[in-house]
Write a protein that binds this ligand. Structure first.
Ligand SMILES: Cc1cc2nc3c(=O)[nH]c(=O)nc-3n(C[C@H](O)[C@H](O)[C@H](O)COP(=O)(O)O)c2cc1C
Ligand SMILES: [Mn+2]
Length: 495
């Protein structure tokens, strides 16, 4: 397994999936190139160097885990598995992970370059303007925010976006007040204290994935990342905050998060993963940066949100946790779970065993589908990862008057473009979710008209017997114009 971000980049390069881009502008160009690359079939990872306006050694790495192959690689799962099989392998691995507590070390390469107190100057660090209408530069698009819960002492390490507001001020944006970071910060503020905080940029991809996971209160993303890697995350005690800082990461900010009641700065707007700017600039808590450390020629892990279906992760990790939720709740016969449209649509495939089975699965999936308005249940002959297959099921097995339900006042956030601004201002950020049962009605499923397509096994048999014929190019196609000329020559001579 790779050791750190640099090791991961090397593995991506060995797969032939890395492109080096030199001389791009951090204002819109890095974001633009990242978006265009993410829209191609190959979707390569990008390593930007000689970025305009920065020290020539500073680099930015994007599209890190945006394909199923690289998402699997980051998890230590066979990158050659088919996407749904890879997700299932991850779901199983995730269920049996043994949390690994970080191991403290006393040296870290990021201490080689330090700015402290008055010398802190964020403008020396890469912070792209990712999209045209962004309210400012963001150093944190895939960065991890580290905080210690003052009650339990456990460390939270999750991704919240970080906007740069000058030499020593950044903001941290919580989508909603249920985020662990928001809960922890409030605890310090309620005691009249500032909240010690560190921002980790250019982290190990396992930590990037852990930072996206919905872990229960009290469970550290560090322990989860260590479990993914099968080795503890090495951390060094932060000189300023005492927080554990991942020793192999690239760029670290240390400081304090000021009470939101005393000071905020307008944060955003920022092009979000829904493909919209859902809100104007809004007040966000300010981090006073007291120290900055970085490795030589540091690499920022950038993960700008892009219009769906592009997404930070090429495998829908949250579908794996919903799959797990279903299994833990005792729902049997789940054969697959997937999310489309950047996790805004969840699909569960089940082998129906009893009346109500599909709705039971759908309600659990709906409860855990953040910002997702569409939850679809399909039968086990439908591939949940294939949107065309799912639409076929919806249009041929779902009677809308009978098999669509609406759940109201459900989990979304201020990032939801369909919630009116007045509602958001009043703190109303819930929405409704449609549950579509695109399954054969249970009561007469065995009398349902049979399907006409080959089963997967039948198709495989045909492929084995006839595949070579289908793949062979006809002889005529291999002959271009030349022979025809010859033939006409012959004809002429006969005349
Ligand atoms: C690239 C990326 C950017 C994210 N940005 C934010 C953000 O700005 N604010 C936020 O609240 N969640 C953001 N998230 C989602 C959270 O990281 C995620 O929900 C995480 O589980 C929250 O952790 P917590 O449960 O410890 O609060 C982002 C996720 C990714 C992958
Ligand atoms: Mn957490």
């Amino acid at each position: 397994m790779y050791k750190d971000l640099r090791g991961f980049i090397k593995q991506v390069d060995e797969l032939g999936a890395l492109r080096r881009v030199n001389g791009a502008d951090p204002k819109f160009e890095l974001g633009g190139i990242t978006e265009v690359a993410a829209g191609t079939a190959e979707c390569p990872a990008l390593l930007f160097g000689r970025i305009k306006g920065y020290d020539s050694g500073v680099r930015v790495f994007t599209n890190a885990t945006t394909t199923p192959q690289r998402a699997a690689l980051a998890l230590g799962i066979d990158p050659n598995l088919k996407p749904l099989d890879a997700l299932k392998a991850w779901m199983k691995k995730r269920q049996t992970l043994t949390p690994q507590r970080p191991a403290e070390v006393d040296k870290a390469a990021f201490m080689d370059n330090a700015m402290r107190g008055k010398s802190v100057d964020m403008t020396k660090l890469p912070a792209p303007y990712w999209h045209r209408k962004d309210g400012g530069p963001y150093i944190g698009s895939g960065s991890i925010v580290i905080m210690r819960d003052p009650d339990g002492g456990w460390i939270n390490a999750s991704i919240y976006r970080i906007q740069v507001h000058g030499r020593n001020k950044v903001t941290v944006q919580f989508d909603h007040q249920g985020r662990h970071g928001a809960i922890i910060a409030r605890k310090y503020w309620d005691q009249g204290k500032t909240c010690p905080v560190a921002v980790v940029n250019g982290e190990d991809p396992a930590l990037f994935i852990a930072g996206f996971e919905y872990l229960p209160d009290g469970q550290s993303e560090y322990d989860f990342a260590g479990a993914i890697k099968g080795a503890p995350v090495e951390t060094m005690r932060g000189p300023l905050t005492g927080l554990p800082l991942p020793a192999l990461s690239e760029i670290i900010l240390e400081g304090e998060l000021l009470p939101a009641s005393k000071s905020t700065l307008p944060e955003g707007p920022f092009g979000e993963f829904t493909g919209y700017y859902a809100a104007d600039a809004r007040p966000a808590p300010v981090m006073q940066v007291g120290a900055v450390y970085h490795r030589d020629d540091p690499i920022l892990l950038g993960s700008p949100p892009m219009k769906p279906p592009r997404f930070h992760f090429g495998l829908p990790f949250r579908a794996a946790s919903i799959w797990s939720n279903l299994e833990m709740a005792g729902v049997t016969d789940v054969v697959g779970v997937w999310q489309h449209v950047a996790q805004l649509m969840t699909v569960v495939a089940i082998r129906q065993r009893y009346a109500g089975h599909a709705k039971r699965a759908a309600l659990i999936a709906a409860a855990n589908s953040y910002m997702g308005r569409l939850v679809v249940v399909v039968d086990d002959d439908v591939d949940p990862s294939d949107l065309a297959d799912v639409m076929w099921a919806i249009t041929t097995r779902c009677e809308p008057a009978e098999q669509i339900d609406i759940v109201r006042n459900a989990w979304s956030s201020a990032l939801d473009p369909r919630i009116p601004d007045e509602f958001k201002q009043a703190g109303i950020t819930s929405h409704s979710k449609a549950i579509i049962e695109a399954v054969r009605p249970f009561g007469w499923k065995d009398k349902y008209p049979p399907t006409s397509a080959l089963t997967a096994d039948e198709a495989r048999e045909i492929e084995q017997k006839w595949g070579s014929v289908l793949r062979a190019r006809p002889a005529s196609a291999a002959l271009p114009n030349a022979p025809r000329k010859k033939r006409s020559g012959k004809l002429r001579s006969k005349r």
